[in-house]
Design a protein around this ligand. Sequence first.
Ligand code: GUN
Ligand code: ZN
Length: 482
Amino acid sequence: MAIAFESLYSDIASRNGRLVAGKKIIRTPALLPVINPHLQLVSPKEMQQMGVEALITNAYIFSQSSEYRDQVLKKGLHSVLDFDGVIMTDSGSFQLSVYGDVTITNIETLTFQRDIGSDIWVPLDIPTSPMADHTTAAQELAITMERLREAKEVFGADAPIAGPVQGGIYTDLREQAGREVGNLNFSFCPIGAVVPLMESYRYKDLVQVVLAAKRTIPSSACVHLFGAGHPSMFALAAAMGCDLFDSAAYALYAKEGRYLTTHGSFKIDELIELPCACVVCRTHTAEEIRTAKDRIRLLALHNLAVTLAEIARIRQAIIDGTLWELVDERCRNHPQLLAGYRELLNHTETLESHDRVSKRRFFYRGNESCARTEILRYQRSLTRLRLGTDVLVACDGGVREGYDDVLLFKPPFGPYPQELSETFPIGQSEIPDWDEAMVRQGCRGIQALVTGHPESRIAVAGLRDWRGIIREVCGDTIEVID
Ligand code: GUN
Ligand code: ZN
């Protein structure tokens, strides 16, 4: 019955893993398309054929529907939706945040979710508005936590119940919430109330809030980013350690005539070409979609295909260890995503502890790459190098006599002994011509070497035009020769 999560590969803080809900297993990161029973643009069966392993629907809609309520209680959710994968049900919380009122209690919605055979149940948490002040956010969080406690008490420790993490925009409350859901032994933790942040492109705030929650949610728990919709932000969210996304965007955008791509969305009315490999785009022209009777459905099918392909790309990137490159690429598609990415890079310290040791490659993509986890880790490891008294860092690779140890230099990492030239990251990194940011970062590596070896005298040779930078970074603690 209980929900379990297992991570197989990690990259940055992301996890390529498996979520087990009852007898069903899905791969993560995963997309759970949102199904509205009243408006199915793409049927769950078709979704399954497209590779969807789990979906999410709203129990509140079923419970309030004269058409569905009795049917779903009698036949069960899987039969009514004709889907035998994982079905997660949301409570009325989203309606609560949008309309301010729901006529159901926490226990009533959970009982209903159980009775219709849902695989993952969500209590009636309170999605706190980003406008709420700290006192209000704390009060609402206390109510949410009380309901989570009540859920565990009434339905038992093993019931497949999600523990939403709330707290508004306050990082201290998000940390508190993460800690408390962990203490209550929730193994499935959606991060809630982030939809308004994403809708207004507040990706920097989103990163702060998600990372605050991630700092305290147990690493063994599966983390779901509630309402994460646009595929251009999945890589960023995965890098923070979000394992699941639920998306209504494929349908909502379709209804507005919008065509999703991983680097933004377009109005179908303005497109001449269809830059996509999905079956809809390869069998229709833009004009044909525009004028089709089932235009909304065609757009929804395309939007879903694009979204699922991005999830597959992220999973592969995690296996290869190339997620930083994907995040960098995606986050250059909107200035506010770039702001979110830069905020993520302010948390390298936290991310480094989750990141893995060896990866397929490191491609330098400009100064943002200098703040990557691999560099922090590499430069920390320099302290452990065993060095003699007189050490030379030969930045040009030239031979000079009279030193106990001669190291080479590769920015943005820094100094390295010949023996490491084939190992990650030195051996698997590709850099263009040196630029100031990478040399400066490499010089910080030299500084780390100096700090870690007070017994050694360290000189630097062959920096040529970049000599000014080593002086700026290391001051007079180091000898600089030609
Ligand atoms: N859907 C989007 N955000 C939320 C949230 O914070 N809680 C719940 N239950 N559903 C959501
Ligand atoms: Zn397409």
